[in-house]
Design a protein around this ligand. Structure first.
Ligand code: NAD
Length: 525
């Protein structure tokens, strides 16, 4: 069956049933509340284990809401999870790939059935508004179905090759490595966590999954979904707790064959160094970004404003692909900035459970303090055009809400122009020639997403030819730099934004989880 993107909201809109979308989300919000404050177990080798030591998981919407108590796994728990994954590897790798596809597809179907419930959890866990939350769950479903399709199209990555000599028959077979550590970020607790997990599982590896501590419940729900879908015990073990401590054990354990990680450049780089200290092992790391958009004098400024503000302030700037810098050609700067400030002011900051909210809360107190530090720096070294304040009005005072912020006039090389901030701050930089703008974009240590708005064909060609980013968009009003769709826009980080140069949701992704074996058979008389 050909892969089709889940596209939930779009389908409700197309069939003129948008109201039903809202009803289902709101019902799910009411339903998940009855599960608040539960204690969650670890899952090791199929057994659910409650630990004495737990951490309290609060909602960034309102930190008085206790979403659950999650296990603070120990090093021993982590070791047990790795051993369980080792024990189940032989059985799982020998499973016909068609059976693995069948289980993963069943998982996608369960997720699709309970997507509103998951989206509601997601809103409470990491503060995404309903549209972003359902998009996150949709993307997870898409990853599963797309990777099933890749596996199927490639017939399990086994292919006949040329014969070297008349009596020989040869083939190439891709085989799994063994146990993989899957370490996920907070910002796409469904899509990225599930995409990485399925990448490892469908190719025959077994996994130890560690969700981010700021959004661990979706990870637990996924483990339950896969159990329901028929994944054998031990193939997926789930641990939660402090990343540094558990990560240390995953990275240092000689029985871990590979790691798939999405997170910050700092944590990723250190992980790569330590994981390969004693022997080379595969590590797929998708890292941060500092994503630019270029607005030329020929651009449709309304489209550029819409795309750039959506990309900069969607999910409060907490996407790896968030637009954080705009290079605008001098002649159109005043008009563009006026329009951009006007639209940014109109974006509603508020409780993400409300349908009209665009900008929800920041994920945690660390991010909240970072925002305050950065905006202080912005007003000291540049000019704040809009925003710059935390929002403590009404019930928002119980959460971590801040205003979308635009800064102008920072000097070249300023840290707000070079560092990934991961809060809703967008910097404006003026340029004279396109070559200058591209040179400045490319001076970044990151190379994840980038955009251009122009009506000139030659400028599009120059941009595409020279920009150093894994994902590029031209004249996209929907969003300048965010919103890649699985199977359509593979998501690869260049330079400091990733380690393999291969994109999630693209046709090369699965090969990273396997090693090639060339098999030659000589016919005997
Ligand atoms: P993070 O690096 O702080 O944490 C990511 C994961 O690593 C978490 O599960 C965390 O517990 C764990 N961790 C933390 N310290 C560790 C250590 N010492 N050893 C092992 N594991 C450790 O990132 P985050 O704040 O959760 O997510 C935001 C970051 O992720 C941003 O930099 C963003 O750009 C990046 N990101 C990248 C992509 C991409 O596709 N390139 C997608 C989403 C997010």
């Amino acid at each position: 069956m050909p892969f089709e993107n889940e596209h939930t909201l779009q389908k409700f809109i197309t069939s003129k049933e948008e109201e039903s979308f809202h009803d289902q989300y709101e019902q799910a919000i009411r339903d998940v509340k009855s599960d608040f404050g539960k204690q969650y177990p670890l899952i090791i080798g199929g057994t659910k284990i409650k630990t004495d030591s737990t951490f309290t998981h609060l909602s960034p919407i309102d930190t008085r809401i206790v979403l659950g108590y999650l296990p603070r796994s120990s090093v021993e728990d982590t070791r047990n999870a790795i051993n369980a994954a080792r024990d189940s590897f032989n059985r799982w790798r020998k499973q016909n790939y068609k059976k693995r596809i069948e289980i993963c597809r069943a998982g996608a179907n369960v997720l699709s059935r309970c997507k509103f419930e998951l989206a509601a959890w997601l809103s409470y866990e990491n503060g995404k508004n309903r549209y972003e939350a359902i998009g996150d769950v949709d993307e997870a479903i898409d990853f599963i179905r797309y990777y099933c399709e890749c596996m199927e199209t490639k017939e399990g990555y086994s292919t006949l090759t040329k014969s070297a000599y008349p009596a020989e028959a040869s083939r190439s077979v891709m085989k799994p490595y063994g146990v993989w550590g899957v370490i996920a970020p907070f910002n796409f607790p469904a899509a990225i966590l599930i995409g990485m997990s399925i990448g490892a599982l469908i190719t025959g590896n077994t996994i130890v999954l560690k969700p981010a501590s700021d959004a661990p419940i979706i990870g637990y729900k996924f483990a339950e979904v896969m159990e329901e879908a028929g994944l054998p015990n031990g193939v997926l073990s789930l641990i939660t707790g402090p990343g540094a401590q558990l990560g240390q054990e995953i990275i240092g354990n000689e029985h871990v064959a590979g790691i798939v990680f999405t997170g910050s450049k700092k944590v990723g780089y250190e992980m790569i160094r330590r994981f390969n200290k004693t022997k080379p092992r595969p590590i797929i790391a998708e890292l941060g970004g500092k994503n630019p958009a270029i607005v030329t004098e020929s651009a449709d400024l309304d489209e550029a404003v819409q795309g750039i503000s959506n990309a900069a302030f969607g999910y409060s700037g907490q996407k790896c692909s968030a637009c954080s810098k705009v290079y605008v050609q001098k002649i159109v700067k005043t008009e563009f900035v006026e329009k951009l400030v006007k639209r940014s002011k109109s974006l509603q900051v508020g409780n993400p459970l409300e349908p009209s909210t665009f900008v929800g809360p920041l994920i945690n107190v660390g991010a909240y303090k970072n925002y305050q530090r950065y905006t202080t720096l912005a007003s000291r070294d540049g000019k704040l055009l809009v925003g710059g304040r935390i929002n403590r009005s009404g019930d928002l005072k119980y959460g971590l809400f801040v205003e979308p912020t635009i800064v102008d006039g920072l000097p070249e090389g300023h840290r707000l122009l070079t560092d990934e901030l991961f809060v809703p701050i967008l910097c404006i930089i003026v340029y004279e020639t396109l070559e200058d703008a591209i040179r400045l974009c490319n001076s970044s240590v990151y190379g994840l997403t980038a955009a251009i708005y122009t009506k000139k064909k030659k400028e599009i060609e120059t941009f595409i030819e020279s920009i150093e980013s894994g994902v590029v968009y031209v004249n996209r009003a929907l969003s300048a730099t965010t919103g890649a769709m699985v199977g359509c826009q593979s998501f690869a980080g260049w330079k400091g934004s990733g380690t393999t140069g291969i994109g999630a949701g693209g046709s090369y992704y699965l090969t990273q989880f396997m090693q090639e074996q060339s098999q030659t058979f000589v016919s005997t008389k």
